[in-house]
Design a protein around this ligand. Structure first.
Ligand code: PA5
Length: 482
């Protein structure tokens, strides 16, 4: 798949919880009874947007601007193209694509997990291992600043410095740039990595201040330490994170869109998918609304069946990072006041060989939501005859020609049947395929569901006050005299 594209489609994703109801753990009447509280929670979530716009929120954290952000970005792009944010993102992405062969994204939490989800779901699964030609001229993407791991940082520096032709300033393949992403501009992990990689970049451009400035693109709040650094360095392109969009809801700002566009993701289609999901969320009746049905089933499974663990079980390797992004989204949004379900990402069939036993026979504290993909992007692989032997040692001759999707479908259906036989609640989000339009819908569905559930259960989904604690104690150790 040298930068293989799937054909554009407008297929909607869907949510199916028939198998949860079939366990008998949730009654249809309970689902019906939740209709009006859900409609109310949807109304409150949308009103949050108005409250935020009219600044009537008081001191409580309120970051609902992600809700209509995709449609606003698209509308601006459609009407005032050269001045629009989307246009600037596409321009900078093009500039970097043409100038460098690797981009390092520095960020943590909401400032990198969405990017990773977009990269891993929409790009070639081995993007970084392909030649520049096979990547369609799109740079490689690497991540740092999401931990304080000495050897991993050194490892990336090794990669950046070990070009076969040495650091030749005329060799495009030796050029790299960095995106520094931090809304607050003061997160230690990202700030420390910024110093480290800035120094490496400075050396790599031979101390050329103009080139250095061109190769650093900060994405940050309007003021703060990173914004000041950007000014001092003289970075020509600096992107903001709009007010009212919190870190873990920022995937459709420059935070996610810029790096995604650099590696060739069609960010307009992504936003179209997200906007389509917001429209469905606003307009569809509760019983046909994928966002509200997902909330209803997850919530009732927790209340009525004790399913405090939500396993998002991806039937595609490429969606694992979407799961990890969602882990953060749900944990930071609803894990408050000693409440909130625990999200867990699984990739199947891989994790059936590690977690399957527990899902089938362990505590009854889980609901499994499958992420199933209808159509693979590449030609189907068929099981080949055994090479190097005329016998049938592996006893698979009867399956010769059976395709990978057929085997995966058997695994999915078989697993669902096994869970059903043990009355394990299992729902499914169906993705017709993996492409930008579908991923846009999926991420927006999960963000909307998270805030609606917060409003349903009386938890403010915005803000993450608990995360401040570790930072406080960490800094006390680093600066004992303050
Ligand atoms: O969701 C959030 O707001 C957090 O996960 C932040 O994204 C994370 O803590 C990084 O913060 P910052 O972007 O300010 O460096």
């Amino acid at each position: 798949m040298s930068a293989a594209r799937s054909k554009p489609a407008n297929d909607p994703i869907s949510y199916d919880a028939t198998a949860v109801l079939a366990t008998g753990g949730i009654q249809q009447s309970e689902l019906d009874a939740l209709e009006s509280p859900l409609a109310e929670a949807r109304k409150t979530s949308l009103q949050d947007l108005e409250r935020w716009r009219t600044e009537s929120a008081g001191t409580e954290p309120l970051d609902p601007a992600f809700i209509d952000l995709p449609e606003r970005l698209l509308a601006d792009y459609g009407t005032s193209r050269p001045e629009s944010e989307l246009f600037s993102i596409l321009q900078t992405a093009r500039r970097l694509r043409e100038a460098v062969d690797r981009v390092v994204v520095l960020g943590i939490g909401g400032s990198y997990m969405g990017t990773r989800a977009l990269f891993e779901s929409c790009c070639h699964p081995f993007h970084n291992e392909l030649s520049r030609g096979e990547r369609g001229g799109r740079p490689r993407l690497s991540f740092e600043g999401f931990n304080i791991d000495n050897d991993s940082a050194q490892g990336l520096l090794d990669v950046l410095q070990s070009h076969p032709h040495g650091v030749d300033r005329d060799d495009l393949l030796a050029q790299w740039a960095m995106l520094v992403v931090s809304k607050s501009g003061g997160t230690l992990e990202t700030a420390a990595a910024t110093r480290l990689f800035l120094s490496a970049l400075h050396a790599s451009v031979g101390g050329d201040a103009k080139l250095l400035a061109d190769r650093v693109v900060p994405v940050t709040g309007a003021s703060g330490k990173l914004a000041s650094l950007a000014k001092t360095i003289g970075c020509p392109d600096v992107f903001g994170i709009p007010n009212g969009v919190g870190g873990r809801f920022s995937v459709f700002t420059a935070v996610g869109l810029l790096p995604a566009s650099i590696v060739g993701v069609d960010i307009v289609r992504l936003l179209e998918g997200a906007a389509a999901m917001t429209q469905r969320f606003r307009e569809s009746p509760v019983s046909e609304n994928p966002v509200l049905q997902y909330v209803a089933i997850s919530h009732l499974a927790e209340k009525k069946m004790g399913a405090t663990i939500r396993v998002l079980s991806s039937w595609s390797n490429q969606l694992e990072s979407v799961g990890l992004w969602y882990d953060q989204l749900l944990s930071e949004s609803l894990g408050k006041d000693e409440k909130g379900a625990t999200p867990l990402t699984a990739v199947t069939t891989r994790d059936l060989h590690s977690r399957g036993q527990q899902h089938q026979d362990g505590r009854r504290d889980k609901i499994i939501t499958n992420l199933c993909v209808g159509e693979s992007r590449r030609d189907h692989i068929g099981l080949p005859p055994l090479s190097g032997s005329s016998g049938n040692e592996d006893q698979l001759d009867d399956l010769v020609g059976t395709t990978w999707p057929t085997m995966l479908a058997a695994a999915t259906d078989g697993t669902n049947e096994a869970y059903a036989s043990a009355k394990r609640p299992t729902a499914t989000i169906h993705l017709p395929q993996i492409d930008e339009f579908i991923i846009g819908q999926l991420l927006q569905l999960l963000m909307l569901a998270t805030v609606v559930e917060g409003r349903l259960v009386g938890t403010n989904p915005y803000g993450q006050p608990g995360v401040e604690e570790y930072k406080k104690f960490m800094m006390k150790r680093l600066r004992p005299n303050e």
